[in-house]
Design a protein around this ligand. Structure first.
Ligand code: ADP
Length: 271
């Protein structure tokens, strides 16, 4: 695919076809070494912005990471969040729901993990699994998952109305890149633990997962909770793009330290 300019953020209402998005796209950058300086700067900036977010206690940020297996969710968290104070971040990895979770509505477990004001929440998988794996693996009837797009949009609106800014990232890798990453998991002892035979079953349903992703990207790309389609074959470009979006998102919030107590200048600390 050519390196013609590729939008990161499809406009709400615009119809997304993933086949039009090149997972290997790297924008104006040619190689990893060209991106390192910008990534480093973004990381440092993120650390500073997070401190004000935490101190100001007026906003929260919720980062949603969705991808197919080996799409790079773990690596993104490790690399992009590098300079962030762990005290201000809450990471939640959503797994197969427990019996208790399944006895509730699908958003019950998710809502409990949304970040309080001052915090950054990271969802490694999310409520989108309930219209992705659940749909493709036919875990509930179509009428149930079909109704969920509206529920998700309303839920995300509630969050934004309550001071939570949402940024949603779909890490888009190619089928060839997934193959390479799976092969590395088979050959590299330190990566064996990441391999599961079930991942191959999902790989066999690649087209159905793509179709489910397209619907989630189209039906839940709202002005209040936009999707970003991140070209993710090149890990360095993925990290750069995500760090850039996070910096821009936090900068738009116009974060401030809280007003100091009056009269601080008159206080003398006793010996
Ligand atoms: P990961 O692949 O995220 O590193 P795991 O290997 O433990 O972590 O996989 C978690 C699994 O849980 C995935 O296969 C995912 O599809 C599944 N899962 C997450 N949420 C749901 C859900 N709501 N319903 C069914 N399966 C889910």
């Amino acid at each position: 695919m050519s390196n013609k300019r590729q939008p990161l953020r499809p406009k709400p209402g615009e119809s997304v076809r993933l086949a039009d998005y090149d997972p290997g796209y790297t924008g104006d950058y040619r190689a990893k070494k060209d991106a390192l300086e910008d990534l480093e700067r973004n990381r440092a900036k993120l650390g500073e912005l997070q401190e004000v977010l935490y101190a100001g206690h007026k906003h929260a940020l919720l980062i949603i990471l969705q991808a197919l297996d080996a799409g790079g969710k773990d690596g993104t968290i490790r690399h992009v969040m590098h300079g962030i104070n762990p005290q201000g971040v809450q990471v939640t990895s959503f797994k197969v729901p427990t019996a208790e979770e399944l006895a509730h509505d699908f958003l019950w477990r998710v809502h409990q993990r949304t970040p309080p004001l001052g915090m950054i929440g990271i969802f490694n998988r999310s409520h989108y699994e309930d219209v992705l794996v659940v749909r493709v693996e036919e875990l509930v009837p179509p009428a149930v998952w079909e109704a969920r797009y509206d529920h998700i949009n309303a839920f995300e609106h509630l969050l934004t109305d309550s001071g939570v800014t949402l940024v949603k990232f779909f890490l888009h890798i190619s089928k060839a890149e997934q193959k390479e990453r799976f092969e590395e998991r088979l050959t590299k002892p330190s990566k064996h633990w990441k391999f599961s035979r079930d991942d191959l079953k999902m790989r066999n349903k690649w087209d159905r997962y793509m179709a489910a992703y397209e619907d989630a990207l189209n039906l839940c790309n709202t002005p209040w909770a936009p999707w970003h389609i991140v070209p993710a074959d090149k890990k360095w470009y993925r990290n750069l793009v995500i760090s850039q979006v996070l910096v821009e998102t936090l900068e738009k919030l116009d974060l401030r330290y809280p007003e100091p107590e009056p009269g601080l200048e008159t206080i003398v600390i006793p010996d």
